[in-house]
Design a protein around this ligand. Structure first.
Ligand code: FEO
Length: 404
């Protein structure tokens, strides 16, 4: 039997009409272990309005869900809150099928959609704070630049007090359920943090600005409808608190130890460093890079106080898996970390120097010179690694005495 794709009512006159992507595991380099959703919403006001579209291959799913509520040709307006292709990929096909009276986007969205689809879409740019009359309700637009792209804006429907927040407050989590209070808390908390770490971490300043704009607006938010994952109807105050904490670079006495190894020497060093960290009262998270994904490393770094990175030297370079993570983390710009480099070598041993330079580029304060070992670590080398871990633990205890 063919699956029946229907809309889900989320508030009076508001329906979820998005798509569920159970299969995706690589979202531009981010491991989406639990899949994702591309959320779109239909407002059944006098002026029928579609908020956002979905990724290109999910066009039919979007149209089927809309059709379960209304003939899609009855849609008057389309609002594009964010032009990244997971939300606008099928916008030209939707516009061709619906023939809306108008498509709205921010001023930057007008530009971005033009640069994606060239002459294919007729878009009206709206101003920050502009109100769109839907006849029996009103939709307000608020620019939220760089949350996640320059074009990003959010839309607020006054009657049922619903915020359509595009990427903000979202997560990559495919589920049959649509609301936060229908899902288990732990995987949801993990995916919320993973999304923030991998998508929003470098954008702390614009996020603080956007949060201040929303919380200072005087508006009530009964329902928060992001473009990915569950709709918040019960836990939003906690989510807001977490966003404020992450945008403020909240750190704890946790140290992330990432490494790869050729002949187990760098692994032994990582274990000795872990021993020093644990003995000193720090929480140690050890992540061997042959089995840890860069996006999971970023998630652990989100609230960590320290980052220790180890690599053997291979052909005068650091190990490729380590280079991958350092490049990725540098782009995410975690602020306020302390750390150190370590590694083993057989011939020339450039890896620790390269790692130290990479940590400098990330503005990680290095608490000690790199620990560098030739071939196999001796008992003294292992003690030096333990001492490095202990030094980091002491620094974390001084910086965050109440945040074990
Ligand atoms: Fe979900 Fe920035 O797109």
């Amino acid at each position: 039997m063919t699956q029946k794709l229907t809309a889900v009512k989320v508030a009076d006159g508001v329906y979820w009409v998005g798509a569920i992507d159970w299969e995706i595991r690589n979202f531009h380099g981010y491991l989406t272990s639990r899949g994702t959703t591309y959320n779109a919403f239909l407002i059944m006001a006098e002026k029928v309005t579609l908020i956002d579209a979905v990724k290109g291959p999910f066009f039919e799913e979007l149209m089927a869900r809309i059709s379960s509520v209304i003939d899609p040709s009855k849609i008057d307006y389309i609002v594009s809150n964010h032009s990244e292709m997971d939300h606008s990929g099928c916008l030209p096909e939707v516009a061709a099928a619906v023939r809306p009276e108008k498509i709205f986007a921010s001023q930057q969205g007008l530009k971005a959609l033009g640069e994606h689809f060239h002459e294919g879409l007729d878009v009206v740019g709206v101003q920050d704070g502009q109100v769109l009359d839907l006849g029996n309700d009103k939709l307000s637009f608020f620019e939220t630049r760089m949350c996640h792209w320059p074009d990003s804006m959010v839309s607020y429907l006054h009657g049922p007090e619903v915020l359509f927040s595009q990427d903000a407050f979202g997560m990559h989590l495919a589920s049959a359920e649509r609301f936060d209070d229908e899902l288990d808390d732990r995987p949801m908390a993990r995916e919320l943090a993973k999304y923030y770490a991998n998508i929003l971490m470098p954008l702390a300043a614009p996020i603080k600005k956007a949060l201040a704009k929303l919380t200072g607006s005087g508006l009530a938010f009964k329902l928060i409808c992001p473009d990915h994952g569950p709709i918040w109807r019960s836990h939003f105050p906690r989510v807001l608190e977490l966003y404020q904490r992450w945008a403020g670079s909240f750190r704890t006495r946790k140290a992330v130890v990432v490494y790869d190894t050729m002949w187990q020497s760098t692994r032994k060093m990582a274990e000795a460093i872990r021993d020093g960290l644990s003995s000193g009262g720090a929480k140690a998270v050890v992540m061997p890079l042959d089995s840890s994904h860069r996006s999971d490393v970023a998630t652990e770094v989100l609230e960590a106080g320290a980052l220790l990175v180890g690599s053997p030297t291979i052909n005068n370079q650091m190990f490729p898996t380590v280079a991958d993570v350092m490049c990725y983390l540098q782009g995410l710009r975690p602020a306020g970390l302390i750390g150190a480099a370590f590694g083993s070598y057989g011939w020339s041993g450039e890896s620790t120097k390269l790692l130290s330079a990479a940590l400098d580029a990330m503005k990680v304060e290095q608490v000690a010179e790199p620990v560098r070992v030739k071939y196999i670590p001796t008992a003294e080398d292992m003690e030096a690694c333990r001492e490095l871990g202990a030094t980091v633990a002491r620094r974390l205890a001084q910086a965050y005495p109440d945040r074990a």
